[in-house]
Design a protein around this ligand. Structure first.
Ligand code: VER
Length: 225
């Protein structure tokens, strides 16, 4: 029997959240072993995801349930990503947007499929990324700054939600809004399933860097596995 959506989402994604935290990319991130070049390309993946996500949310903003969690001013990350992309990749970063990798394409396709067939499922996509960015993402920003000696917020615009003063308050309100979503049981369960799949798609994006990360840890290099 479905309960409150915010509670079911958190419970339902616990295992995949732990899987995401255990991914090689995140482990390296925490040890400061993601090079600026790799991070620059990770930002390209994020750019594809957020472009698709924010286009889809805009397209479906008249849907009453999407409206509940539609906060383009506070949450939209595309412009912040553009700043970071330029910082890490230089002014020609748009040339790096193609070719689109398999994991990027699968993630984009999933978002578009939701927008075209069942807009309520975009709630899952919004939840996984934005609530994640406002939570664990904040820890990642600190690591990035620490290990890359970044001055004054440069390169971490993505994690800095300048239109949100109180992140915890915002997250609490967002969860309240999730609990106001009115869908039938089948759709409620489908939103949770889409969230799990979305975590897996994020893990797939991370995994595209595994090979390069392994190379960092080859004998002769200082980094460890
Ligand atoms: Fe998570 N996360 N996370 N996270 N996260 C929290 C909540 C949360 C954390 C820490 C925390 C991801 O990775 C991490 C997500 C989504 C995601 C805390 C609360 C760490 C330390 C990591 C590792 C870097 C990833 C990769 C994702 C998704 C892509 C969500 C959706 C939430 C909100 C849970 C809820 O419902 O309250 C401390």
């Amino acid at each position: 029997m479905p309960g409150l959506l915010a509670v079911d989402l958190k419970e339902g994604t616990k295992v995949v959240h732990a899987d995401a935290e255990r991914s090689k990319f995140i482990k390296y991130f925490f040890k400061g072993e993601i090079t600026p070049a790799i991070y620059g390309r990770f930002l390209i993946s994020l750019y594809h995801v957020y472009t698709a996500l924010e286009t889809a949310l805009d397209k479906c903003k008249d849907n009453a349930n999407i409206q509940l969690i539609y906060y383009p001013v506070e949450l939209a990350r595309k412009e912040a990503l553009e700043q970071d992309l330029e910082f890490f990749n230089g002014p020609d970063w748009r040339e790096m947007l193609s070719p689109v990798s398999p994991a990027q394409q699968a993630y984009i396709d999933a978002i578009r499929r939701c927008a075209d067939t069942k807009p309520e499922l975009l709630i899952a996509h919004s939840y996984v990324r934005y609530l994640g960015d406002l939570s664990g993402g904040q820890i990642l920003a600190k690591k990035l700054q620490k290990y890359n000696d970044l001055p004054d917020g440069l390169g971490v615009a993505f994690y800095y939600f300048d239109r949100i003063e109180d992140k915890d308050g915002f997250k609490e309100n967002y969860r309240k809004r999730l609990n106001q979503v009115e869908v039938d049981d089948e759709t409620h369960l489908a939103i949770i399933e889409e969230s799990k799949q979305t975590f897996i798609r994020n893990i797939d994006i991370f995994a595209e860097f595994d090979h390069e990360l392994d190379a960092i840890a080859l004998p002769g290099h200082a980094a460890k596995k």
